[in-house]
Design a protein. Structure first.
Ligand SMILES: [Zn+2]
Length: 894
């Protein structure tokens, strides 16, 4: 190998420039640059002022860049720059004044003070509590900030703007000044000032140029700083809003949250004061409880505007985004028609015609719409000046909502540009809703699957060995029920007296008591009712299916404190009694009566011992599946799922029309057990009862009613309530015990709320307030139950025994309440007496005068003598309290 000397290398590189470039680029350039950047000191000697060579100047530039590429600390970077500048300008000192607005007034505050070539950052950095603040109308600095121009003052004594208050403060004499503003676009950011030229009378033209040149760095530093400051503010504000947004979230459903997220995210791009989204009701068919008032002629049929796909224009929720002043988000559920966001009629107009117009631009007060309110909307003084309203359309071309934007930021009307922007936004929103649609569907399926598996896991279906408890075909015929003829099964059920005797078992009595019956007995009683309704033969209900169905129902109820099979059975039993003994059957066909009793048995199946609110609060999948009447919809679904199973389907031999009718009635009856809907049907039911009194001939009334589908449905719905609450109208021995199990289940929910949700339960569910039970029962009777049984007794006097027992129970609870009240009063009096005695003793130590005061107060009265009835009540109250303690212990053990 030949020796490569310098000349050869040079020659080679000269003749191969491409290689040379490649070589240096790869090997040297990065190294040189990194060496330059990693060097921590400037290779410029600043101990004495001298003219800078270009090498020295580039050293300084590198130094500044290095400073910036490391963690950008605004003060440090600015300090470094100013240190170099004071050297270059030969200034005695330089200072930096930050511009800011405080309480709406602009001012300048010192941030770096007295920077010179030998200073340290620590010496120059001004702490917030010792900063000097200039109003803009003061001093040369203020003048620079006002004019936004560089000034060079050769002699401050001849400048009218100069103020010597800082000189006085710092015992310094300012002779000449060079100062310049630092801007971010049109915005004032800071002022940099150099004072007292060393080795010269004043700053020169060249100094101005140098300062101007290096100002770019200052600009960059401050701009980056300013941006990160804004970013910080934005993040902070974002956090604050996110917090409030999370509160908003609580008020929104899953779909609405998608809207909200999308609209909230884009708020920064919306060039307006405020915007709102009106969400349109998407239901095409109304719920039965909303249809009834129309069918009853109480509410005129809707003839208002409709969406292009035929929905009534109902804005069920408005989300209001306030961007002016203090940012806020408001959710307005069920906004009234005259709500400010709707009153213009514009959102409705858009919802009605949106597809044809797609977007309309409305400038304030343009007819044919009612003019916007000209007064401020709230105490912020905000008024609507101009509006842009657009429909939000999903991929199915349905209008799902209307977005309305108010007041363009610059006060001008919205223009084509805004329209284009908002249009793409609303399109995006429509898409996001479409996505939610699919997402929601999947979610729904997922939830359904979970719940279904839950159901299957619970082994609801009656097993082969279990059915032998009723249909003992193995013992009797040596075969399985499905191998038997209907006659053979009928033989077992009816001839063998497996089923109870109706009279003896009192299955049609209002005072029926389940205490003496086993759960299996109740299944048999239930089967017997289908026989007594005479629907078994009429609708060809396979005996095996009937037995399996009733048996499975009993298993479908969980073994919880109150909402167990006994409650489910009692509701079916009361429905049966109302039909038979209460004579309400006269209005209904056999098919309808069967549906009603079946609905009663099914109505609480798979209840979890906690109410709808708890399902929502605990995020139960049921709450995601059903928007309202969560549990009731689940009981209904569960019941219908059982009925879909061939082996359990008591409806299997109905024709299609009959099948549709029984399912329709079950839908209404079970949903109607949601007490939240009770108040919706009260007035309508009362009107029907009133109407019945206008008939002199009972048969005429019956004939009329039998054809009145809606009225029959309303009566049926109210019957379901009467059945569900029937424990309150049972003999006191039953009521006092059942009320306790209801309370015990409430207390269990209260415990869950405390432990799982970490919330304080309401008094009704708080076991620490168990002594309030009599009071709560009285309230429940007065505000909910009385109406039901009073009206039913008025409607059909056969039902009066229920009302009588209810009134008696009211008396009993009230007596217990009074005992409790007396006890509380007694305790209070004793406590008061004790306190007074203690006060008197304390006072007596100070002197005799107060003894007189003690004598003036009579001692607490002795407890009143109780009559024998009250004594009995006391024992009962005691039992109740003992029982409640007992349930508590049981629960603790579990
Ligand atoms: Zn119930």
């Amino acid at each position: 190998m030949t020796q490569v000397d310098k000349n050869v290398a040079e020659q080679f590189l000269d003749s191969n420039p491409a290689f040379a470039k490649e070589y240096y680029d790869a090997k040297f350039r990065p190294k040189i640059i990194s060496d330059l950047l990693s060097s921590k000191t400037t290779a410029v000697n600043t101990s004495a002022f001298h003219a800078l060579s270009s090498v020295e100047e580039s050293e300084i530039v590198f130094d500044l860049i290095r400073e910036m590429q490391d963690n950008l600390q605004m003060e440090r970077a600015m300090f470094n720059l100013m240190r170099h500048l004071s050297f270059m300008l030969r200034a005695d000192a330089m200072s930096l004044f930050m511009y800011r607005q405080r309480n709406g007034t602009a001012e300048l505050a010192t941030r770096l003070f007295n920077v010179n070539k030998d200073a340290t950052l620590e010496d120059c950095l001004v702490a917030p509590d010792s900063e000097i603040v200039y109003p803009l109308d003061m001093g040369i600095v203020g003048h620079v900030a006002t004019t936004k121009k560089m000034v060079n003052v050769p002699d401050v004594t001849k400048d009218s703007h100069f103020s010597d208050f800082v000189d006085t403060l710092t015992e310094y004499t300012t002779k000449n000044v060079l100062a310049t503003p630092i801007m971010n676009g049109k915005d004032m950011v800071a002022v940099v000032m150099a004072v007292n030229k060393i080795d010269g009378p004043h700053f020169t033209k060249e100094d101005e140029e140098s300062l101007q040149k290096y100002l770019n760095f200052a600009n960059l530093i401050l701009r980056v700083f300013h941006l990160s400051y804004l970013h910080n503010c934005e993040t902070r504000r974002g956090q604050v809003l996110l917090w409030s947004a999370s509160k908003v979230f609580e008020e929104l459903t899953d779909i609405e949250r998608q809207f909200h997220k999308a609209l909230y995210t884009v708020r920064a791009f919306l060039n307006c004061d405020r915007y709102s989204v009106g969400l349109l009701d998407m239901t095409k068919t109304k719920e039965f409880f909303d249809l009834w008032p129309v069918l009853m002629g109480e509410v005129p049929p809707y003839d208002g505007p409709k969406t292009p796909d035929g929905r009534e224009v109902i804005f069920y929720k408005v989300i209001d985004y306030i961007l002016h002043g203090k940012e806020d988000i408001k959710v307005i559920p069920s906004p009234p028609e005259d709500h400010w966001a709707l009153v213009s009629g514009l959102p409705t107009y858009v919802a009605e015609n949106g597809l044809a117009l797609f977007s309309i631009r409305l400038v304030f007060n343009v007819p044919p719409y009612r003019p916007h309110q000209t007064e401020p909307l709230d105490n912020s003084g905000w008024t609507i000046k101009n509006v842009l309203s657009l429909p939000i359309v999903n991929k199915k071309e349905e209008i799902v909502g209307v977005a309305t934007f108010y007041n363009r930021k610059d006060g001008k009307p919205f223009d084509d540009m805004d329209e284009a922007l908002m249009e793409s936004l609303t399109q995006f929103l429509g898409w996001s809703v479409l996505n939610t649609d699919t997402y929601d569907k999947m979610n729904k399926l997922e939830n359904r699957k979970d719940i279904f598996q839950d159901m299957v896991m619970y082994h609801v279906k009656c097993r082969k060995d279990e059915i032998q408890n009723i249909l003992n075909t193995r013992e009797r015929y040596g075969k399985e029920p499905d191998e038997c003829e209907e006659d053979e099964l009928e033989e077992i059920l009816v001839q063998q007296e497996v089923l109870p005797q109706s009279k003896k078992a009192e299955i049609a009595e209002f005072h029926f008591c389940d205490f003496e019956h086993s759960e299996l007995d109740l299944v048999k009683c239930g089967i017997k009712m289908y026989y007594d309704l005479k629907v078994v033969d009429k609708f060809h209900i396979p005996r095996e299916s009937l037995v399996r169905f009733m048996y499975s129902l009993s298993k479908g109820y969980r073994r919880i404190t109150y909402h167990n099979w006994r409650h489910g059975f009692n509701v079916g039993q009361t429905m049966f009694s109302l039909l038979m003994t209460g004579d309400l059957r006269r209005y209904y066909t056999d098919l309808e009566a069967m549906a009603m009793v079946t609905a009663g048995f099914c109505h609480d199946i798979d209840h979890r011992g906690t109410n709808n609110l708890y399902q929502m609060k605990s995020g139960n999948p049921l709450a995601k599946l059903h928007g309202s009447s969560i549990l009731e919809r689940h009981h209904l679904d569960f019941g219908k799922t059982l009925l879909r199973d061939e082996a359990l389907n008591i409806y299997q031999n109905l024709n299609r029309r009959q099948h549709e009718l029984v399912i329709h009635l079950m839908d209404i009856a079970i949903i109607a057990t949601d007490l939240a809907l009770y108040f919706k049907k009260r007035a309508m039911f009362q009107k029907i009862v009133d109407q019945s009194k206008t008939y002199t001939d009972w048969n005429d009334w019956t004939k009329y009613m039998m054809l009145e589908t809606t009225r029959k449905e309303i009566v049926m719905a109210m019957m379901m309530t009467a059945c569900d609450l029937s424990a309150i109208a049972k003999p006191w021995e039953i009521q006092s015990k059942v009320a306790l199990s209801v309370a015990a289940e409430f207390w269990e929910q209260g415990d869950l709320e405390r432990t799982v949700l970490e919330q304080q339960p309401i008094p009704m569910m708080d076991r620490n307030k168990s002594e309030e039970l009599p009071k709560l029962q009285c309230g429940f009777i007065d505000f909910v139950c009385s109406f039901v049984y009073k009206e039913f007794s008025r409607f059909h006097p056969e039902i009066t025994p229920m009302l009588d027992r209810l009134l008696n129970n009211r008396k009993e609870w009230n007596a217990l309440k009074e005992i409790h009240d007396a006890k509380v009063a007694e305790l209070d009096a004793a406590k008061k007496a004790k306190e007074e005695a203690a006060a008197a003793t304390a006072a007596a130590k100070q002197g005799n005068g107060v003894c007189f005061f003690v004598q003036m107060n009579p001692p607490p009265p002795p407890p009143k003598k109780k009559c024998s009835l009250a004594k009995r009540k006391m024992t009962e109250a005691h039992t109740i309290l003992q029982l409640s303690v007992h349930t508590h212990c049981l629960r603790e053990k579990v």
